[in-house]
Each structure stands twice: as structure tokens, then as C-alpha cells.
Design a binder for this molecule. Structure first.
Ligand code: PLP
Length: 448
């Protein structure tokens, strides 16, 4: 019974990122069915999903190709250990496919269980890389304010959203947060070149202060996703890579959100931003959200150095998980890549992505919209009351009202602070984009 399901949830479940002031209140939205770009709740109400599950559902819901691949693999061989020299066929085949899709010489893959575990694995690998070359002091990590890299302890330590950091004793001695690199030409008071120079100057100072000999890696989302869809100024990615190269700091690109088509390419690093990282992280869209899976793509250069520098007395890189490269998840990812290639999903995103942003930008005429920013199918609308700037309590309350009016009108957007964040499934059509923008415009009017 739907009513009792909500009550049972209220009584027994602690949701990820739960609002504890609402704990025990029977208010949850229970999603029971999904098809195409729509989801349906336990009361039978349907919503257009402008969140893409959680940035992850790319080829849409109910794809038989993915469902059949999952069931066939579960029937044939649902699980066996991936540790040491044991593996399974889908994991091996998927690794080869990823190497084919990835930029540069990112030809080796370590599978994980999701984004956070891939972030952890990449950073541990970077630290291990220097340790095994007799440089144990080179283990510090550079991240950024407003970054989001996940919710395990290390991934959360790397994340830089102020609100998420208040109640925990995260690693701080060796994790350093550079300035948030978001640049919005519509609202910025300084030209892009000046902002770029400030950001790169800040990074140079941090490297000088910490000492390049102590820094293992720099980790960066090409566009900061959960931190508020923050797009760095042009030239930022290349300039940060050059700094890393100059100081022998490994560059880790966290493409958990930007990868797998959301910006119109399987991976955005090289094609859009001119960067071939040393390590690249993917998850979410890798299986279109149908199964939990993550992966670290490793350059040949790093892998070969690791192999040649291995300590003969203990040559093991002790990192991995029971469900690393789970066969059912890997089979799903292979089917997902097949669908994406066959239907040229990336091409579709390149076609509808600019339309999505252009339509959303019309909302800037609303008195309660401070900014609209994004790129292809990742975007956000920033709300404000009476010209008040930033995530003030009133602005956050406004965004929550907008979100709730959208939900009442059959649209799911993701509220974060004073933002409504959107990342629809990549198969979204122009008509569905028009519906998203129409409902959002109505909700903004109502909330104004
Ligand atoms: N990295 C980025 C950029 C993310 O957006 C996320 C999740 O939203 C993660 C890592 C963590 O992924 P997961 O939630 O699968 O652990």
C-alpha cells in the first residue's frame, strides 16, 4: 500500500544526505516505475525526470538492450572474485572498450563500485606511484573549493563544498583546496583572462607553499557538477595541466558527471578542454545508472612505471573491492556503450544540448533568477530574492519553493542551496526540453 510504504520508509530508512530535521516524517517520494525520460511514484503520478536519476541515467529508462544484458549475465555467471589474477569476461571486454574510447594512452582500467571508490582508488594510485619510486613524501593532494568527489572519507575530504564539511574531521593536513574556478561571464565583474590569471596564480602559490616535492596529484571535475555547475574560464584546463606537468604532479580528471555523453562526447577532457589526464575517473553514465560501477583509467606511462618500480618484497597495490568490475555491471556497461554508439547519443547531445542551454537562458528575464549556467545537458538556474546574492536563507527557501512547484506540475529538478540543478537523460527531445523550460518558468513565476 503506497501510504504505508511511505510510513515504513519514515520509520526505518536513513536516506543518503538525509535532512535530519525531517527524520521520521512520512514525506518521501517513492519512485516505483520509469520509462523513457519519465518516472512514476508510488501514487501513480508521473514526472519528467530533469535530473537523469542522479546525473546518471543517460540512454533513458526501460532500455531492453541493457535489461537483457543484465539478465543474461546474471544467469550465466552472476559473480566471482575479481581479486589478484582472477577476473571475468565482461570486465575484460569493457576495459578494452574503455581504452578505445578514452583519450591518449589511458589504456589500463581499474574497476571500482562507483564514483567515490574510483576517486579513492585514483588518489591512492597517485600516492603509490611516487611512493614506489622512493618519494614517500610526495602524497599531498590539490583539490578545489566547491568540488564534489564523493562521500567516502577520502572522497569527502577532497570535496570542497562548505556546507558538507562542517560536521566532520576530514583530512586537512595533506588535502589542499584551491579557489573555486567557476566563471560566469554574465555576472562576473572581471574579464575571463583576469580571472584565469588569478586562478593560475593561486595554484602556483599553493604549489610553492606546499612544495611540489610533497604533492602527488591535482584532482578536478572539468565542470564542477554538484558544487553548482561551475564552468571554469577558457584556458583553465590546459593551464592547470601545464602547471602539473612542470611540477611532476599527476592530473586526475573526475569525469563521473561530464563523461559518457553529458557534454556531447564519451569523455570531455581532451575533446572539449584539450587535456589528456594521467588518470581519468568515470562512473554514473558508464552503465546509464542501471548498475553501480566505477572505473579509473590509467595511462600506460603510469602503469609501466608502477610495474617497473614495484617492490620485489611486496609488489601488491592493495586496493580493490569485492564488487570491483562486477560482471553484471560490466555487461550492462557494454550494452550501454553499444546503444550509445548505435544511436549516436553523443551526436544527439551535441544537437539538443545548445538548445537546452539557450531555452534555459530565456529564464534570466525572471526577477527571481540571478543566473543560468551550464554546458550541453548539465545546467542550473540560480534563484534570488530582491537582488540578494548567494545561497542566503531566503534564496534557499525560494529555490525549495521552485522545486516543489515543479514537482507539483510534474517535473523533477534537483534543489541545492539556491540552485535548481538539471541533467536530463541524454535522449531528451526538443519537445521535452520545451516542457522542462515551460514548467520551470511557471514555477519561477509562482514563486516570485
Ligand atoms: N565525482 C563526482 C564528480 C560526482 O558528481 C560524484 C557523485 O555525484 C562522485 C564523484 C561520487 O560518485 P558516487 O556517488 O557514485 O560514489
Amino acid at each position: 500500500m503506497p501510504g504505508s510504504l511511505v510510513e515504513t520508509d519514515a520509520r526505518h530508512v536513513l536516506h543518503p544526505w538525509a535532512d535530519l530535521s525531517a527524520l521520521g516524517k512520512p514525506e518521501s517520494l517513492i519512485i516505483s516505475q520509469a520509462s523513457g525520460v519519465e518516472v512514476t511514484d508510488s501514487n501513480g503520478r508521473s514526472y519528467l525526470d530533469a535530473i537523469g536519476g542522479m546525473w546518471c541515467v543517460t540512454v533513458g529508462y526501460g532500455r531492453t538492450e541493457l535489461i537483457e544484458a543484465m539478465t543474461a549475465q546474471a544467469r550465466m555467471m552472476p559473480y566471482f572474485t575479481p581479486f589478484g589474477d582472477v577476473t571475468n569476461q565482461p570486465a575484460t571486454e569493457l576495459a578494452a572498450l574503455l581504452a578505445e574510447l578514452a583519450p591518449g594512452d589511458l589504456n589500463r582500467v581499474q574497476f571500482t563500485t562507483g564514483g567515490s571508490t574510483a576517486v579513492e582508488s585514483a588518489v591512492r594510485l597517485a600516492q603509490f606511484y611516487f611512493l614506489s619510486q622512493g618519494r614517500p613524501g610526495k602524497y599531498h593532494v590539490l583539490s578545489r573549493v566547491n568540488a564534489y568527489h564523493g562521500s567516502t572519507f577520502l572522497a569527502a575530504s577532497l570535496s570542497g563544498k562548505a556546507a558538507d564539511r562542517t560536521h566532520f574531521h576530514y583530512e586537512s593536513g595533506w588535502v589542499h583546496h584551491l579557489d573555486s574556478p567557476g566563471y560566469d561571464p554574465d555576472v562576473s565583474t572581471v574579464p575571463a583572462e583576469q580571472r584565469l590569471a588569478e586562478l593560475i596564480g593561486g595554484m602556483e602559490s599553493a604549489i610553492a607553499e606546499v612544495g611540489a616535492e610533497n604533492i602527488a596529484c591535482f584532482i578536478a571535475e572539468p565542470i564542477l557538477a554538484s558544487g553548482g555547475v561551475l564552468v571554469p574560464p577558457p584556458g583553465y584546463h590546459r593551464a592547470t595541466l601545464e602547471l602539473c606537468r612542470r611540477h611532476d604532479i599527476l592530473y586526475i580528471s573526475d569525469e563521473v558527471v561530464t563523461g559518457f555523453g553529458r557534454l556531447g562526447h564519451f569523455f570531455a577532457s581532451e575533446v572539449k578542454f584539450g587535456v589528456v589526464p594521467d588518470l581519468l575517473i568515470t562512473a554514473k553514465g558508464l552503465t546509464s545508472g542501471y548498475q553501480p560501477l566505477g572505473a579509473v583509467l590509467i595511462s600506460d606511462r603510469i602503469a609501466e612505471t608502477l610495474a617497473s618500480a614495484a617492490d620485489p618484497a611486496n609488489p601488491v597495490f592493495s586496493n580493490g573491492f569485492t564488487y570491483s568490475g562486477h560482471p553484471v555491471a560490466c555487461a550492462t556497461a557494454i550494452a550501454n556503450i553499444e546503444v550509445m554508439r548505435r544511436e549516436d547519443i553523443c551526436g544527439h547531445v551535441r544537437e539538443v544540448g545548445p538548445y537546452f542551454i539557450e531555452r534555459l537562458r530565456e529564464l534570466r528575464s525572471s526577477p527571481v533568477v540571478a543566473a543560468v549556467r551550464g554546458d550541453h545537458l548539465m545546467a542550473c538556474v540560480e534563484c534570488r530574492v530582491d537582488g540578494e546574492a548567494g545561497p542566503t536563507p531566503r534564496n534557499q527557501a525560494l529555490a525549495r519553493r521552485v522545486d516543489s512547484y515543479c514537482e507539483q506540475a510534474g517535473l523533477l529538478v534537483r534543489p541545492y542551496e539556491n540552485l535548481c540543478i538539471m541533467s536530463p537523460p541524454l535522449v531528451v527531445s526538443r519537445q521535452e526540453i520545451d516542457r522542462i523550460v515551460g514548467i520551470l518558468a511557471g514555477a519561477l513565476d509562482r514563486a516570485a
